[in-house]
Design a protein around this ligand. Structure first.
Ligand SMILES: Nc1ncnc2c1ncn2[C@@H]1O[C@H](COP(=O)(O)OP(=O)(O)OP(=O)(O)O)[C@@H](O)[C@H]1O
Ligand SMILES: [Mg+2]
Length: 238
């Protein structure tokens, strides 16, 4: 029995990739007229699967640029970004669009809910884009865990900031993405709602084994993370 258990554990580990994001020598430069801005200047970083990683750093240090490059919104000036075994640099624009829709769930500071849609429609929107229907059981589970069951037929203007962000997180979760990328998800919230939203992201990691990368200015919020990565002048300490 003992050897059987050992064998099965080994079997599970075999070939399983621990790091879902791998970043090599990443540079991202912007130009403002003749001025070159080195937003990212040589990032080496691996992000572990099924963990909540916080990215912290001063304003202008490159946090958003890093998150957007991991999410395939920006192409690197130099270097490589691998997500779930795929080198994003090798994807065409169309493939990158599909990657963003299916593999990355974005959560923004200002929620970015569609005001003309109900909470239910907003949550299901990424699936609708792919012509897919929701797994009703999973939808109910998410809505329940995020405390949105009674809000599903409401419009976003009827919700509090915290509820809006929970709806945005539900929308990010519904496609079961490889990654959730959250840029200052608590930045517009009061202390209590901010803690609740951070708790919800942590729950997504614990309940669904979701990988979450969260940019935050707030060091208290960063404490919920399994790991904190500091960005300074376009470089990480990791
Ligand atoms: N699209 C862009 N065009 C030109 N410069 C940009 C662009 N995006 C970012 N930058 C510049 O790159 C640097 C890093 O910006 P970034 O937005 O990644 O910082 P940040 O750490 O997210 O800051 P904040 O905490 O204020 O959100 C800054 O100097 C910024 O002005
Ligand atoms: Mg930013």
């Amino acid at each position: 029995m003992e050897s059987y258990l050992c064998m099965s554990v080994q079997g599970e580990d075999e070939g399983e990739e621990v790091d879902i994001v791998k970043i090599y020598h990443l540079k991202k430069y912007f130009w403002e007229g003749v001025r070159q801005i080195k937003a990212l200047d040589g990032i080496e970083l691996a992000i572990e699967k099924g963990r909540l990683t916080a990215i912290v750093g001063a304003s202008g240090s490159g946090k958003t640029t890093l998150l957007n490059t991991i999410g395939g919104l920006y192409r690197p000036t130099q270097g490589e970004v691998w997500v779930d075994g795929v080198n994003l640099g090798e994807l065409s624009e169309d493939q990158l669009t599909i990657f963003r829709r299916r593999k990355a769930g974005f959560v923004f500071q200002n929620y970015n809910l569609i005001p003309e849609l109900t909470v239910r429609e907003n949550i299901l929107f990424p699936l609708a884009l792919d012509g897919l229907r929701a797994d009703e059981v999973f939808f109910r589970e998410i809505a329940g865990l995020l405390g949105l069951e009674h809000r599903l037929d409401d419009y976003s203007y009827e919700l509090s900031g915290g509820e809006r962000q929970c709806a945005a997180i539900a929308r990010a979760l519904i496609t079961r993405p490889s990654l959730i990328l959250a840029d200052e998800p608590t930045g517009s919230l009061d202390v209590r709602s901010a803690q609740n939203v951070a708790g919800v992201l942590k729950m997504a990691v614990e309940m669904f084994g979701q990988t979450v990368v969260m940019v935050t200015h707030n060091l208290e919020i960063a404490q919920v993370a399994d790991r904190v990565v500091r960005v300074k002048d376009g470089r990480t300490d990791a």
